[in-house]
Design a protein. Structure first.
Length: 426
């Protein structure tokens, strides 16, 4: 089974879901004024922020969570025929939804911090808002799941208990990714996706200080250095540590290139001269994006997974650069991208991405467990590949349950928490 077949593939975190819809953390807020790309004239209005929200960002987030769901529900399944193997090759990189989340997170969080850089409440407001956005839902879902894996609860319910080697407390301190890298294990499968949230939390601890302390020119140099250094660090880890492939995937410094590319994009759109240059040379951007897509298509065709050397070394950087190009194209607003990204269903999916991300793995497992009870009956009917069909349908059932719960969570739990966080101003 590929390295990520048992792990999550998603995180801007999806915690930035609604990043172009709600106040405070997102581009709707006046404090997040950016230069406005005008795709018709090729110029920017540097004194005016993006009007309202940017629907395309919700669409990008929708694509990210869709990739995650497709990976865990469909494309991570074992292919038991040559035909299925070739079909699944099309989605062999769908785990990379996590990289799109990282780029979006870097762009949105970097933009918030750049615009509030000189605020006297810079650190307090940022961390309070992040806390209200991430911790309530994360604490509820993770705490509920962990409660059923405490030794005495497992013994009471099942008569036996085999706890994870990863300390349960690490999930509450966002350090589970360190343990995963150290042990070379994913831990509890139902909440394995939280490794990417740990990466983001560690990013939140460092990037505010970097942005606050450095001038824009020095910040640009620092970010570019990190983007270049991350694949070098991954290569070193790969060949010098026992579980280097795990470390390359789950440790924040090893994934910092995607996050910092997002911050660089936030810097770019706030510089009128730089953004005008991008608009004037947008054809180059389109060709670069197409070239990256071809390379990634080749990686997919060759069925390289996250544990492969090409992906673990330079592949993550290529994914981060490709998704950054997609982000810039979305901001330029060509008609074709707007038609795709501003699809209502896709935007709604992006809006509920955070909760969907947190709950989809245990619900996919539950869906497959439920349908596996009917597997013997399917075999008696001589249905070909009955076991695979049960796993596929169970995964899709889990996805449907995840989306239903996420929609309820957004309306009745997450929005009230966001309103409390937004009461704090920069």
């Amino acid at each position: 089974m590929p390295l990520e077949a048992r792990a999550a593939a998603g995180a801007e975190s999806p915690s930035e879901s609604q990043a172009s819809r709600t106040i405070g953390d997102q581009i709707t807020h006046p404090e997040l004024a950016l230069v406005v790309p005008n795709s018709e004239s090729g110029h920017v209005q540097s004194s005016v922020g993006f009007p309202g929200r940017i629907p395309a960002l919700d669409g990008l987030r929708g694509i990210a969570i869709l990739l995650v769901l497709l990976w865990h529900a469909v494309f991570s399944l074992p292919a038991n025929s040559r035909l299925l193997s070739n079909l699944f090759a099309v989605g062999s990189l769908s785990w990379s939804g996590v990289d799109l989340f990282f780029v979006l997170s870097g762009f949105l969080i970097g933009g918030i911090l750049l615009d509030a850089k000189h605020s006297i409440r810079y650190f307090k407001t940022f961390y309070v808002r992040r806390g209200f956005r991430i911790l309530p839902l994360y604490g509820f879902v993770t705490g509920l799941f962990l409660a059923f894996h405490l030794p005495f609860v497992c013994t009471l319910l099942h008569g036996d208990c085999s706890t994870s080697q990863i300390p349960l407390v690490s999930y509450l301190t966002f350090t589970q990714n360190f343990w995963m890298a150290y042990l070379g294990k994913w831990g509890l499968s139902g909440i394995v996706v939280t490794w990417s949230l740990a990466v983001e939390e560690q990013f939140y601890l460092t990037i505010p200080i970097v942005i606050r302390k450095l001038s824009r020119s020095r910040l640009t140099v620092a970010l570019i250095s990190i983007v270049i250094g991350a694949p070098l660090l991954r290569t070193f880890m790969l060949f010098n540590f026992e579980h280097g492939r795990f470390a390359d995937y789950v440790l924040m410094p090893c994934r910092a290139d995607a996050l910092c590319l997002g911050v660089l994009a936030a810097l770019l759109v706030r510089d009128p001269r730089a953004w005008n240059f991008v608009l004037a040379k947008r054809t180059w951007l389109y060709y670069l994006t197409l070239g990256l897509l071809i390379v990634l298509g080749w990686l997919s065709y060759e069925k390289y997974d996250q544990s492969s050397t090409p992906v673990a070394t330079f592949g993550y950087s290529l994914l981060g650069l490709f998704f950054t190009c997609c982000l810039l194209i979305a901001l330029i607003k060509p008609r074709m991208s707007q038609r795709v990204l501003c699809n209502r269903r896709l935007m709604e999916l992006g809006g509920i991405a955070y909760c969907t991300y947190l709950v989809h793995m245990p619900l996919i497992e539950e869906g497959r467990s439920l349908l596996s009870n009917y597997f013997p009956y399917l075999e008696k009917l001589h249905i070909p590949h009955a076991q695979g069909m049960a796993a596929l349908c169970g995964g899709l059932l889990g996805v449907v349950m995840s989306l239903a719960i996420a929609k309820l969570s957004w309306h009745y739990f997450e929005q009230p928490m966001l309103r409390r966080g937004h009461a704090y101003k920069f």
